[in-house]
Design a binder for this molecule. Structure first.
Ligand SMILES: C[S@@+](CC[C@H](N)C(=O)[O-])C[C@H]1O[C@@H](n2cnc3c(N)ncnc32)[C@H](O)[C@@H]1O
Length: 192
């Protein structure tokens, strides 16, 4: 376990409010694409807005994060919303998901390029990835400053280039910058 990362995120979540978090846009606006049953994972879940949304859609849900403080928030929110979520304090860099272990994986605001192949392998045949995170071509200060944690143009398409692309959105700095979906890219893709 990377204790420095864990401590940093524990401190962050210790100072967060206990409001119920929202799912990322990629999931919130595309819930109709989820299967009616199956096993799902909110990877690097934070306070678990995605996990709560997956559970409300009837899926079995695992939610993993390195921060125990984040998972405490999520457990309380799950109780409040009367849903079951299997939370696990887990460093996904050291212990990625096993091959073919989930029907749906959601990743939001987390980018570790070395884990992309593990995430792809962990999804079952015909399973779905929902991925949304920050891009280098941002128009606002939001998101990480370190370019290692920001996507290059079309990088999510590159990661899943041999999968069926169901939905993709990335606007960069094209057109009216105060309108549209800026600062992030999102993809939904199905494993062949
Ligand atoms: C920016 S937050 C995003 C949280 C959530 N997915 C969201 O969209 O709100 C990044 C999350 O990644 C978690 N994280 C960072 N490194 C991790 C690792 N190696 N294994 C598991 N979780 C990690 C942090 O604890 C934090 O909750």
């Amino acid at each position: 376990m990377n204790n420095q990362t864990k401590d940093k995120w524990d401190r962050h979540y210790d100072s967060c409010s206990f409001d119920t978090p929202l799912a990322a846009v990629v999931l919130r606006e595309n819930q109709h694409l989820l299967p009616s049953q199956g096993e799902s994972l909110d990877l690097a879940c934070g306070r678990g807005g995605n996990a709560l949304c997956l559970a409300e859609n009837g899926l079995q849900v695992s939610a993993w994060d390195i921060s125990e403080s984040a998972l405490k928030h999520l457990s309380l929110a799950a109780q409040k919303n009367n849903v079951t979520i299997n939370t696990e304090s887990r460093d996904v860099s050291e212990r990625p998901p096993a091959p073919a272990s989930f029907d749906v994986i959601v990743v939001s605001h987390f980018l570790e390029r070395a884990q992309i192949d593990n995430i792809k392998n962990a999804i079952r045949h015909k399973g779905l990835i929902f991925y949304q995170t920050f891009i280098k071509d941002k128009v606002a200060e939001t998101g990480p400053k370190n370019p290692d944690y920001l996507l290059d143009p079309n990088e999510l398409l590159y990661f899943f280039n041999n999968w069926r692309i169901i939905h993709y959105r990335e606007e960069g700095k094209v057109g009216l910058l105060d309108k549209g979906f800026r600062n992030q890219a999102m993809i939904i893709a199905q494993k062949p």
